[in-house]
Design a protein around this ligand. Structure first.
Ligand code: CP
Ligand code: NVA
Length: 300
């Protein structure tokens, strides 16, 4: 069964899925292609964009979605993942899950008979990366130039490395020592990038990462689940704030990106995120169009 746990699962299909997302956005796909299909949505963590875009997306495609928070389902009380996977597979046509542990989603996919779509784990956030690259494409019309990611080498960063490599876009990550992206993901991304003639740079020097970039992207310093390290992280990441001074190092026409939610005054200043250079609300809108493409691709 095909599932979307990582950008690696669609590395040769990314362009096609983005084209489909654009067609959905432009209203080129008519009818209700997912009529009578049901999507279970398991949320072990909070969400605004992922939940609403999947729910609205499913509805617009003619299907139905079921929101299952960790407190609502027996898995939250310890029912085995395998039983949950097998039982839900008898009721629904697909399962979207936002999980704490990536390994749990891998197990869910192994045991289920329906497609599993990750809506974020500690390792990756593939649906976010699709919406992000849809946004880059509509801003520039191509994937040329350098994509700079600044801050924590987290789930969002991991998926961005893989998707940039898949699309042949150069990417530089500026992050503190000890907060680099996952080494296995970097290895995989490097292999893909090599095939697509693009490069990946991981550096502690934030200025090197941002210099001449066309896109400057950041995410929170404290991801869901990292709350215990909050104090330490605030200190470590201070030099990695995206502010007007840092943005000056990027291209004149560079855009600012963030997956949201954002904390103004931490990873980004209000001057940057609320400036005309910022495309964060377009990114959030594009979650809906990208989600519809993903749902169509996996559930149709
Ligand atoms: N960017 C993102 O995934 O937002 P939510 O946490 O609100 O779903
Ligand atoms: N890195 C963040 C992304 C939230 C959408 C987190 O995992 O909390």
């Amino acid at each position: 069964m095909n599932s979307l746990l990582s950008i690696c699962d669609i590395k040769d299909e990314v362009s096609g899925i983005l084209e489909l997302a654009k067609d959905f956005k432009d209203g080129k796909i008519e009818g209700k292609p997912l009529k009578d299909k049901n999507l279970a949505m398991i949320f072990q963590k909070s969400s605004t964009r992922t939940r609403v875009s999947f729910e609205v997306g499913m509805n617009q495609l003619g299907g139905n979605s079921l929101f299952l928070s960790n407190d609502d389902i027996q898995m939250g009380r310890g029912e085995p993942i395998s039983d949950t996977a097998k039982v839900l597979s008898r009721y629904v046509d697909g399962i979207m899950i936002r999980a704490i542990e990536h390994e749990d989603v891998v197990e869910l996919a192994k045991e289920a008979d329906v497609p599993i779509i990750s809506g974020l784990t500690n390792l990756e956030h593939p649906c976010q990366a699709l919406a992000d690259m849809l946004t880059v494409k509509e801003q520039f019309g191509n994937f040329e130039g350098k994509f700079a990611y600044v801050g924590d080498g987290n789930n969002v960063c991991n998926s961005l490395l893989l998707i940039c490599a898949s699309l042949g876009m150069d990417i530089a990550v500026g992050c503190p020592k000890g907060y680099e992206p996952n080494p296995d993901i970097v290895k995989k991304a490097n292999k893909i990038a090599e095939r697509n003639n693009s490069y990946i740079i991981i550096t502690e020097d934030v200025e090197v990462a941002v210099k001449n970039a066309v896109t400057v992207y950041t995410d929170v310093w404290v991801s869901m689940g990292d709350e215990k390290q909050e104090g330490k992280r605030r200190k470590v990441f201070r030099k990695y704030q995206v502010n007007e001074e840092l943005m000056k190092l990027a291209n004149k026409d560079a855009i600012f990106m963030h997956c949201l939610p954002a904390i103004r005054g931490e990873e980004v200043t209000a001057e940057v995120i609320d400036s005309p250079q910022s495309v964060v609300i377009d990114q959030a809108e594009n979650r809906l169009h990208a989600q519809k493409a993903v749902l169509y691709h996996f559930l149709k």
